[in-house]
Design a protein around this ligand. Sequence first.
Ligand code: AG3
Length: 284
Amino acid sequence: MRDMTGWTIEALHDDHAQALRESAVLYDSRTDHQRLRVFENGLFGRVLTLDDVVQVTERDNFIYHEMLTHVPILAHGAARRVLIVGGGDGGMAREVLRHASVEHVTMVEIDAGVVEFCKQYLPAISAGAFDDPRLELVIDDGAAFMRRDGPGHDVIIVDSTDPIGPGEVLFTDTFYGHAKRRLNAGGILVTQSGVPFVQGAELAGTMRAFTALFADATCYLATVPTYAGGPMAFGWGTDGDAREASLDVLATRLAKAGIETGYYTPEVHRAAFALPGYVKRLIA
Ligand code: AG3
């Protein structure tokens, strides 16, 4: 058997794990909320783990961040106010702020430590987003923030960890209900809903809540190499008809936004909502 010293083993699931070689450990500490590590890997570049679960890597984060931002923003077509719950590494803010039409982004992150360490050790992830005057960073519990009244949002993006530890409250019916209340008319809620092949219950739970709350409740998929076990699911909930945005409309909006993407294309956008049988059954 291969010697696995110098590898990090992510054990998020009972019967399946992924291993990444650590060519250098840059940071290993505890914030007020969780264990935070940053290490270097030959294939993925710098890797951030929280409580030993991979959150973001330099090389593949574009897939996740583009799909949770450009899909709802371009489907909406006139999003001016966007709320990000979580997202402490700044990657989600980076992609949202590439839309010049977005006027204001509120980012509510529970862990100030994550923001500080990512600015220092993973600057390529936020790529200047924290300095954009349109970004308002709020250090607070996302669930508590959502319970309060406040201005509405056109798109709400839940960029959470998995439902263990501090992220757990972001997977409850109560939280989704409050999120819906904070959406403007035609607004869209999207969520990180885990890898359904290995975390089916997570998606099923979110979809049960979304179906009760929204006229259009479904999920869409993208494969992110370091979120192991198959494609990841993103929850989608809206009372509007943004899912019907055609290929032509999406292409026009993307061209108008003038954004260069590494994963997102209008074709991928539309196709991402095509669900295989095992996922359909989980969300039915
Ligand atoms: N947050 C989502 C991490 C989920 C990893 N879990 C998993 N493999 N099921 C990423 C934060 C990036 N901004």
